[in-house]
Structures are given as C-alpha cells and as structure tokens.
Design a protein around this ligand. Structure first.
Ligand code: TYD
Length: 209
C-alpha cells in the first residue's frame, strides 16, 4: 500500500480554502483516489474539544498557552486522523495547519516565532505537508467576503492591520519554502482557482486530475 499524500490549504479569512478543499476532494474521489478532508483546529475528538475552548470559549488565553493548545490539537489530529489515513494510502486535504499558527499567533498577535519552532519540534518532529497551497488575497477583499457570509465579529474585531499582517506572513511563508508551498491568487473565482490548484497537484504530485 503506497503512503498517501498530505496537502494543506492556508490563507486568511475569506480566501476560499473550504470551497477549494471540497472541490479538490470531490475531484480526487471521482478519479478513484481515497481522500479525506479535514480541518484545523479540530479533526479528531480531542482536537475538536480544544477547538471549542480556543474559538468559542471565553478565556483570553496567554499567547504561549494558546499556541501550545493549537499544537496539542494538531498533534492529536495528526496521531488519530491524519497519520492513519496516510498509512492507509489516502490523500488528506487539510483546511489550515501549522502555518496558520505562525501567521496568526506569531505575525498577527506578536508571539515570538521561536516558540512556534520549539512547539513544532516537540509536537511534530520530522512531519510536514507534502504540499501547501497558500491562497493569497488582499486583506480587505477577504474581510468583505467574510462579512458577506456572516462571519463572527471576532474577525472584524481583530482589525484591518491584523489581517494585513497575516496576509503578508502567508506570502513570506510561501516565498521561504517554494519546494513545499505554492502561492495561488485567491481573487480568482472558485472554478479557475480550482483549475490552478489542480495544475499544481498534477505537476508536483502526479494527481489524477
Ligand atoms: P474557522 O471558523 O475554521 O475559520 P476559517 O474558515 O477562516 O478557517 O476558524 C479558524 C480560526 O482560527 C481562524 O480565524 C484562524 C484561527 N486559527 C489560528 O489563529 N491559529 C491556528 O493555528 C489555526 C489552525 C487557526
């Protein structure tokens, strides 16, 4: 049984990650490829419990504690859901992963990136996505889309400068690791964006798309 492939989708609010993840998963399944679509924070029972604490709880987390919880959820997700699926030969498509913690907690909220590196080494030694699609969108366009679909006001409360920092962080992550990452123009409508993503999956991973 050949090992599966781990693909992550990253980007700011309203970039269209969820729509693209769904579209890619459908197309792979149609081509006869076993596929698992998942998302973070969450994706395993313990990680979903942490998601509830992180996203809807009323605790104002200490920044290091928050990052530790993100990585605790991530390790649980990898151990209980992602690794078993990869071992069974599935292609795993994950909406957000470790790059989101670097972009949001570090570049957005000011946590020292050294903390991110330390937590990564403890939680996921030697583990990384085979491919990361970074959906790039001007922060204002992303916010407008998020507001139009009735996103919770925590997004708006963070303010435009926060979202601009997050966008810049994702662009820099893609630039720093072009072997793993591909930067896609998320201003494209869903179908052309899917076509661009499918091209990357074909050329880099030999996807049957
Ligand atoms: P979600 O409702 O899933 O939104 P989205 O469609 O934008 O992914 O909420 C996830 C939120 O959690 C989003 O605002 C980004 C944030 N987040 C972090 O701050 N750090 C992380 O490591 C992850 C995975 C998500």
């Amino acid at each position: 049984m050949p090992r599966g492939v781990f693909i992550t989708l990253e980007g700011g609010e309203g970039a269209g990650k969820t729509t693209l993840a769904r579209r890619l998963a459908e197309a792979l399944a149609l081509a006869g490829q076993p596929v698992l679509r998942t998302r973070e924070p969450g994706g395993a029972p313990g990680a979903e419990a942490l998601r509830a604490l992180l996203l809807s709880g009323d605790v104002a987390w200490d920044p290091v504690a928050e990052a530790m919880l993100m990585f605790a959820a991530r390790r649980e997700h990898v151990a209980k859901t992602i690794e078993p699926a990869l071992a069974a030969g599935a292609w795993v498509i994950c909406d957000r992963f470790a790059d989101s913690t670097l972009a949001y907690q570090c570049h957005g909220h000011g946590l020292d990136p050294a903390v991110w590196h330390g937590l990564y080494d403890v939680a996921l030694p030697g583990f990384e996505p085979d491919l990361t699609l970074v959906l790039d969108l001007p922060a204002e366009a992303g916010m407008a889309r998020a507001v139009a679909r009735g996103a919770p006001d925590r997004f708006e409360r963070l303010g435009p400068e926060f979202h601009a920092r997050v966008r810049e962080a994702f662009r820099r992550i893609a630039e720093a690791d072009p072997r793993r990452c591909a930067l896609l123009d998320a201003l494209l409508p869903p179908e052309p964006l899917y076509a661009e993503a499918a091209k990357v999956l074909r050329s880099r991973l030999g996807a049957p798309l």
